[in-house]
Design a protein around this ligand. Structure first.
Ligand code: AMP
Length: 209
């Protein structure tokens, strides 16, 4: 059973979905800060474990470097642990998870077990050529070893094959807000806030944007 939430402006359970290079990481942080909720980015958590040389990092390093997906079981467990922390009780913004139908089912089961559900799924739409251009630029600027040309196209292919289809399921539930991701950072942020406001979600700290 879902408990009515009196502080509806700060309560937000969100996903941000878009191809690599869509700017979802950056927008996700801005939106999460404005709503006062943690951004939970599985890619960032995995990368931190790899660079920290943790047991998890050692297990997933080769997978991440190839741009393949870490097994669902491991990924979903990581997310359940993270969402079980107190700062995620009033809401969260997931970035990079769920990434396929199996993970959608895992997340649904987890949230249902807590009497929760997603409030909205932000789809950040950018053309493929734009994603590739941005990823290539980021690889140069940040020296990201998981962003070689071959890995970039593998990751985009996986996105199109496995991740884009999950949006159909969320669309059928009426959860998807589709945002044009081409524009300046501020323009895209404005579009996201406007679309969420239509659904009654207004950030408590819009100034954070
Ligand atoms: P990202 O920064 O979101 O593109 O994630 C970087 C890498 O982490 C991906 O290429 C995958 O190897 C792994 N990863 C991140 N999120 C997931 C997920 N939800 N399921 C499986 N693997 C993931």
């Amino acid at each position: 059973m879902t408990v009515p939430d009196t502080a509806s402006t700060t309560h937000a359970r969100l996903l941000i979905v878009g191809p690599q290079g869509s700017g979802k990481g950056t927008q996700g942080i801005v939106v999460a800060d404005a709503f006062g909720i943690p951004q939970v980015a599985t890619g960032d958590i995995f990368r931190a474990n790899v660079s920290g040389g943790t047991p998890l990092g050692k297990r997933v390093q080769a997978i991440i470097e190839a741009g393949d997906l870490v097994p669902d079981e491991l990924t979903s467990e990581l997310v359940r642990d993270r969402l079980g922390q107190p700062d995620a009780a009033a809401g969260f913004l997931l970035d990079g998870y769920p990434r396929n139908r199996g993970q959608v089912a895992d997340l649904d089961a987890f949230l249902a077990g807590r009497g929760e559900a997603l409030d909205a799924v932000i789809e950040l739409a950018v053309p493929r050529a734009e994603s590739i251009a941005r990823l290539t630029q980021r690889a140069i600027e940040q020296g990201r070893t998981d962003d070689t040309e071959e890995v970039i196209s593998n990751r985009l292919a996986i996105y199109e094959r496995e991740t884009a289809p999950i949006l159909d399921g969320y669309r059928a539930r009426g959860l998807v807000v589709r945002i044009d991701g081409v524009g300046t950072l501020a323009q895209v942020t404005e579009r996201i806030f406007a679309a969420l406001a239509v659904r009654g979600m207004v950030p408590a700290h819009p100034g954070a944007a």
